[in-house]
Design a protein. Structure first.
Ligand SMILES: Cc1cc2nc3c(=O)[nH]c(=O)nc-3n(C[C@H](O)[C@H](O)[C@H](O)COP(=O)(O)OP(=O)(O)OC[C@H]3O[C@@H](n4cnc5c(N)ncnc54)[C@H](O)[C@@H]3O)c2cc1C
Length: 467
């Protein structure tokens, strides 16, 4: 054995797989098309503002245990800023605060939820009823609703259209990049069962204080010190097989051999790296074309003066979902970032049209912006931001390792698959990507991927949260 493992892709799944392999004594050879690590969760130099901007604000939560363990390993956990309070912008111009109080989970946000003016009394009692069902149902509820959408679950609980618009869709579109009527019920339920209900830490929101790309710098030395290699600007053209065994990959100028190949690229990319007849024989690769994608639009705005004081705003029921306050620089210029998830309707707009619509929302939420125009704008469209986590695709998300006997005569040996679209139990998120990377490394090395869940508080546990 050479102890070399070829990792295709340097996004979070690839970084997680490579770092884990390095720590277990293997030599990961990471090949990444772009000139930097991070994949979809990264930054780019913006010439208009002169800053390094994230392609989009990336939010994590306390329940993202695998991602946090990776940040720990990279030594960058102290670059994450944590927010317990969420500020909800109402359409009447007021702001509601949702924050944990003294009561034990799952009641920790009950008091501030009760004070929110976003919903009337009947809307709140609809939500309480649904939360109780989610709490008591635990994992079994997710199984019961397999093959159905979260919207069907809400409809079974008689949630009104207004409650769905103002509350459920506001949360689910941001978390899953699909509205309730499209997202698989298990993922909608997961958001509340794993982030909102178990305890105050699970639902605490984390934001990077540095450009995302900076978080991954330490990965390079970990890989190199383990005897591995990092090839940036290097595209894999084909996964090479001998018999039905993956033995390496072909790039533009060489073949990289390894004991195994871990692919961490999205499904449409992976489809191009293997011959059709090979794919047809590996049950994990049979449905790569069935994955659909959902877009996200991020709009960076710089203003000459400060117009926002709160750290962020959740725009409940609005076309723009979040405004993040990215701070004021030394010259007093404020940087805001507006995020639109499930942004299908925005993809055909040009930057001027996008700005007009975004500024309507900014003016509604931030009265201090009245009469002001941003001094720089950068709209970043990510058409294939995440795979669509619908009920139809769930059964086709592949596991990491080859099975002993595939449905049609055996999977490709030594080929391991990772990426946020794989069978991680999570929708397309940084957490899902890291879990998939750890699982692929564990499946190859025969070790435990070492993924822990955030434990629920005593009352939440007793009431059924993690059962
Ligand atoms: C706009 C936007 C906003 C988001 N917001 C959030 C959020 O708030 N919170 C959250 O948790 N998640 C968010 N996500 C999702 C998150 O970014 C992804 O789930 C995660 O980064 C996916 O990581 P990955 O490693 O699976 O895939 P990728 O990041 O896509 O990595 C795959 C890598 O493979 C490389 N590659 C492709 N083909 C080849 C080839 N042939 N050879 C070599 N390399 C190749 C690519 O360049 C890429 O770097 C967001 C995504 C987007 C796009």
């Amino acid at each position: 054995m050479s102890r070399r493992v070829v990792v295709i892709g340097g996004g979070l799944a690839g970084i997680a797989a490579a770092v884990r392999l390095a720590d277990e004594g293997w030599n990961p050879i990471v090949l990444e098309t772009r000139k930097k690590l991070g994949g979809r969760a990264t930054s780019f130099p913006d010439h208009r503002s002169g800053q390094s901007l994230d392609n989009c604000q990336h939010v994590l939560m306390g329940c993202c245990t695998a991602l946090l363990s990776l940040y720990d390993r990279l030594g960058v956990s102290d670059q994450i800023e944590w927010h317990e309070s969420l500020y909800w912008q109402r359409e009447d111009g007021g702001v509601d605060l949702l924050k944990p109080g003294m009561l034990p989970a799952p009641l920790h946000t009950a008091r501030s939820f009760g004070r929110m003016k976003l919903l009337d009394r009947s809307g709140k009692s609809e939500i309480r009823r649904a939360m109780w069902k989610l709490l008591r149902g635990g994992h079994r509820l997710r199984q019961d609703y397999r093959g159905r959408t979260f919207g069907e679950f809400l409809s079974d609980l008689n949630q009104s259209a207004e409650t769905i618009r103002l509350f459920w869709d506001t949360v689910i579109i941001s978390a899953c990049n699909l509205p309730c009527h499209q997202v698989a019920a298990e993922h909608g339920m997961q958001v509340f069962q794993e982030a909102f209900l178990p305890g105050r830490w699970a639902g605490t929101m984390g934001l990077s204080m540095v450009p995302l790309a900076d978080l991954y710098d330490p990965a390079e030395s970990i890989i190199l010190e383990a005897g591995g290699a990092l090839r940036l600007g290097c595209s894999v053209r084909e996964i090479c097989l001998e018999q039905k065994r993956a033995v390496g990959v072909m790039t533009a100028d060489s073949m990289e051999r390894g004991d195994a190949v871990i692919s961490t690229v999205p499904p449409d990319r992976l489809a191009k790296l293997l011959r059709d007849d090979v794919r047809a024989q590996d049950r994990r690769l049979a449905h790569l074309e069935d994955f659909q994608f959902s877009p996200i639009l991020g709009v960076h705005l710089h203003f000459a003066e400060q117009i926002m004081e709160l750290p962020h705003l959740v725009l409940a029921g609005r076309p723009v979902h979040w405004i993040f306050n990215k701070g004021v620089d030394g010259q007093g210029r404020q940087h805001l970032h507006a995020v639109i998830s499930a942004a299908d309707e925005w993809m055909s707009l040009d930057e001027g049209e996008i700005l007009e619509r975004v500024m309507d929302e900014v003016r509604m939420a931030l009265p201090m912006s009245e009469g002001l125009e941003p001094i720089t704008v950068r709209a970043v469209k990510e058409k294939r931001a995440t795979f669509s986590a619908t009920p139809e695709i769930e059964p086709h998300r592949p596991g990491a390792g080859p099975g002993a006997i595939g449905v049609k005569g055996g999977d490709v040996e030594s080929l391991f698959i990772a990426g946020d679209w794989c069978d991680t139990g999570w929708p397309a998120t940084m957490e899902g990507a890291v879990r998939s990377g750890y699982r692929a490394a564990g499946a190859f090395a025969g070790t435990d991927p070492g993924i822990e869940e955030v434990p629920a508080g005593w009352l939440a546990h007793r009431l059924g949260v993690d059962r």
